[in-house]
Design a protein around this ligand. Structure first.
Ligand code: FAD
Length: 461
């Protein structure tokens, strides 16, 4: 254990996916871990105010599930026992990219589909069962406590449900309160610089509705993902949920948001690059109202570039980086950060904050480049376009087109999109050669199979 860190008590602020995973990493190294959550937490899966995005489709990438299973052995089986479906991301889900479905392929990328509240509740149950972890709900973190010279954070001031305010001491405080994190303003109040913030605006609106799921829907698959395909600003996901339900989330960029009435929603789906989601809702029975969410843009706070930072404090999860949600990366980014935290706690050298922010900065680089790079494919997206941006979007489009028929390319894409392989892996000579061959071959073949699910040979019928 590094000498400068006393390992008695760690406090984590926020018990959403980021906070749960941070607490799990800390539990291996601290004698006590306290997780403070502002919301009242129920024992059963339920939507809550502090996680409004939980009412929308949440896909967990294969890398995220792998890490969560490593931290909580047996959790995949527990979740499937509660009705979640598990399968191969690249074979049991349909992926519509660049005009058609990617070739289905078995590649060992295990995924799980379920509601966000079920995932969070099960993780919290497992975490709270650890002997050195306490999950305290209805506990609002108001302010950081510091040493007189403000060089070290020594705890937090917390407001409890009854309205009482108490001071809790800790050797380490981890802020996992999401995009609304107050750390930048807390730092300024303590005389530190706030991190630089980068934002790539996309002006997305989500509309979501639940439907009853029948075994024959989507040919029995776990879901369909219709990716962004510029210039069409519409994308979406339908995922199977526990309780024989579908969650159908449609997203529109640049203010072109999906309507919240029956006909408008159906028309929006009909205008997506694939008709698969429209076909699904046309015959499925709706079992909820419409829910909406607005997301201005991907945001990254550059904590790794700070020169001064108080000891005893870290920032985690969405509070560091929030990605355009259509890429489904946020929970996996939090899981990767938890691995980085665990590793930093057992290594020594530079102060913990510096080591962790550097590692976390590297961890978010791949998902950030994937999400922002694709968003910059829309001319409306404002942001710095490096010389590679145009080339990469062009190349990925070609890769997708060849992957409609080439399972090797389909798997290469899925491995990157699931954060299992680094983005440059799709540029490897063997892959680039197949992309070239696949696109040359396409000219002689029939035109792309179109957007219909039924009859599409590449959808794996
Ligand atoms: C519409 C939408 C869809 C998404 N879809 C996906 C997806 O498909 N796949 C994916 O991986 N990710 C997705 N995400 C992102 C994902 O939800 C987040 O990345 C994930 O929840 C991790 O965030 P977090 O825990 O860091 O922060 P949050 O989830 O924002 O949680 C912050 C927590 O802190 C609590 N809190 C706030 N202030 C205080 C305080 N002062 N004291 C105590 N507690 C406090 C809140 O109540 C909350 O519980 C989506 C996001 C959105 C908006």
């Amino acid at each position: 254990m590094p000498k400068h860190l006393n390992r008695d008590h760690a406090i984590v602020l926020g018990a959403s996916m980021g906070g749960l995973l941070a607490a799990r990493a800390l539990a291996g190294e601290f004698r006590r871990v306290t997780l403070l959550e502002r919301d009242a937490l129920a024992d059963e899966p339920r939507h809550r105010k502090g996680v409004p995005q939980g009412e929308h489709a949440h896909g967990l990438l294969a890398r995220g599930l792998e890490i969560i299973e490593d931290f909580f052995p047996g959790i995949t089986a527990e979740l499937t026992a509660r009705g979640a479906l598990s399968g191969e991301v690249s074979a049991d889900l349909l992926w519509h990219c660049a005009g058609d479905f990617l070739a289905p392929v078995q590649g060992g990328l295990t995924g799980i589909v379920l509601s966000r509240p079920l995932l969070e509740t099960q993780l919290r149950t497992r975490l709270a069962a650890l002997p050195n972890v306490v999950v305290a709900s209805e506990s609002d973190a108001l302010q950081l406590l510091t040493s007189p010279d403000r060089a070290r954070v020594t705890g937090v001031r917390v407001q409890r449900a009854a309205g009482t305010v108490e001071e809790m001491r800790a050797d380490l405080v981890v802020d996992a309160t999401g995009g609304g994190s107050k750390t930048p303003s807390w730092l300024a109040a303590l005389g530190y610089a706030a991190p630089q913030e980068e934002m790539v605006r996309v002006g997305i609106g989500y509309t979501t509705r639940l439907y009853r799921r029948r075994p024959e829907d989507l040919g029995g698959r776990m879901g369909v993902v219709v990716t962004t395909q510029p210039p069409n600003p519409r994308s979406g996901t339908a995922l199977a949920l526990e309780g024989d339900r579908w969650i159908v989330s449609a997203a529109g960029y640049f203010g072109q948001h999906p309507p919240v009435d029956e006909n408008g929603f159906a028309e929006f789906l009909a205008g997506m690059p694939s008709s698969a989601m429209h076909d699904l809702v046309r015959t499925a029975e709706p079992i909820s109202d419409f829910r909406t969410f607005k997301f201005a843009g991907s945001t990254r706070r550059r904590y790794e570039r700070l020169r001064r930072f108080p000891a005893g404090l870290l920032v985690f999860g969405d509070a560091i980086c929030r990605f355009n949600p259509v890429f489904g990366q946020g929970m996996t980014s939090a899981a990767l950060q938890a691995v980085a935290l665990r590793d930093c706690l057992v290594s020594g050298g530079a102060p913990l904050w510096l080591r962790f922010f550097r590692r976390a900065g590297r961890v978010v680089e791949a998902p950030w480049s994937i999400a922002v790079g694709a968003d910059l494919g829309f001319p409306e997206t404002e942001g710095p376009r490096g010389p590679m941006t145009k080339f990469l979007n062009w190349y990925v489009g070609k890769l997708h087109r060849a992957a409609h028929r080439d399972p090797v390319l389909s798997l290469a894409f899925h491995r990157v999109a699931n954060l299992v392989a680094p983005p440059p892996s799709i540029l490897a000579p063997a892959i680039a050669w197949r992309v070239l061959r696949g696109n040359l071959g396409r000219a002689a073949q029939r035109p792309a199979a179109g957007t219909q699910l039924a009859g599409s040979t590449s959808a794996g019928e």
